[in-house]
Design a protein around this ligand. Sequence first.
Ligand SMILES: [Mg+2]
Length: 94
Amino acid sequence: MDNAFKSVVTERQRQDIKWGEQNHRPMEWMGILGEEFGELCQAVNETHFNNGPEERVKGGYANMRAEAVQVAAVAISFIEALDRRYSAGDPDET
Ligand SMILES: [Mg+2]
């Protein structure tokens, strides 16, 4: 479990360096997280199905793991943004 958490923390740090603090609205986060989930789906699909050698390189352990780490890191970033946005109080704010 340590390696998985370390990978997610490293990815979160990489995202902060690349984009800075992200304070999107929840609906915007759904697009970002959805994109990452889609990339994970692609990596799993190209591992499972035989779509030819050009697509096959998008699958495999390394790609599936990297995309799963990105999904987890984005989910954590979403949690952090939710905490900043809603911890002050107004639950009706979008
Ligand atoms: Mg990705």
